[in-house]
Design a protein around this ligand. Structure first.
Ligand SMILES: C[S@@+](CC[C@H](N)C(=O)[O-])C[C@H]1O[C@@H](n2cnc3c(N)ncnc32)[C@H](O)[C@@H]1O
Length: 254
């Protein structure tokens, strides 16, 4: 994919920082962190240390146990500034491109995370090679993605089957990799765009294997929101059936 593309969220940094705030946006708080933190099993490591790639304004750092050393890297300078403002003593933040070699010497992290970030980089294979480079053997990688099967920007949508009285998910394309511009505030001028990069499950599995990871677990996390009103039954049913997020838990094996 295009290596000259500007993928950082600097242009929408102020907006994103407001959305996330001190405690995270709705899905950070309600779905992602309550499910991700137990998966990391930080308490089972004698000296855990976590590298967060595409850390944004550092929300994950504020959910970790206070004693866990944390390094966050993101390409958007204003998000790194916001992260530093909220940082505790054991948190370090750097501006950097996670698809290129990082200016971090440490190569024995016990954990690397990519929370809603791998889908926003042009070269996920290189970001995963970086993750492997900075992890100790046996180290844990956790990736949370917008579900690549059901949430393909511009290529997936809801439909209603009136005969069956159900809401279904329509997927227009899936296997081919896509580079998709997202207009963050439609109608607003000048337009502010971020980029999403779609890959199939088999692509992600191949990227992980090539970077030296074995997949330990795949989880799929649905929204916990509940609709009310005339279409509530259909909407609640569909929400339970089509997960918002897909999570890979992987281990560095080589
Ligand atoms: C959806 S945000 C997620 C941020 C954070 N992990 C969170 O959950 O709030 C995606 C982030 O990826 C960052 N990003 C995109 N391309 C990047 C790259 N090549 N290197 C580092 N960060 C990048 C963006 O700047 C943005 O902060």
């Amino acid at each position: 994919m295009d290596s000259k593309l500007k993928t950082d969220w600097e242009d929408v940094g102020q907006w994103y920082d407001t959305q996330v705030g001190n405690l995270g946006h709705y899905y950070h708080r309600q779905v992602i962190f309550p499910k991700l933190l137990p998966l990391l099993s930080l308490e089972t490591f004698d000296s855990p240390a976590l590298l967060d790639l595409g850390c944004g304004q550092g929300i994950l750092a504020r959910y970790l146990p206070i004693h866990v050393p944390y390094w966050g890297v993101d390409l958007a300078p204003s998000l790194i500034t916001q992260a530093k403002k909220r940082a505790s003593a054991q948190h370090q933040f750097y501006k950097g491109d996670i698809c290129k070699p990082l200016h971090i010497d440490k190569q024995d992290f016990t954990h690397v995370t990519l929370v809603l970030a791998l889908q926003n980089v042009a070269h996920p294979d290189k970001a995963l090679a970086n993750a492997a480079h900075h992890l100790q053997p046996g180290g844990i990688l956790a990736i949370v993605l917008n579900h690549p099967c059901f949430r393909i920007p511009r290529q997936s949508s809801w439909g209603i089957d009136t005969n069956k009285k159900l809401q279904y998910r329509r997927i227009d394309t899936y296997l081919q990799p896509l580079k998709i511009p997202i207009h963050m505030h439609p109608g607003q001028k000048p337009a502010k765009t971020t980029w999403s990069f779609h890959h199939s499950l088999s692509d992600f599995s191949r990227f992980l294997a090539d970077a030296g990871f074995a997949i330990l677990l795949i989880e799929e996390w649905a929204s916990d929101k509940i609709s009310s009103g005339a279409a509530a039954k259909m909407e609640n049913g569909a929400r339970k059936e089509f997960p918002l997020f897909l999570t890979f838990l992987a281990q560095k094996i080589s």
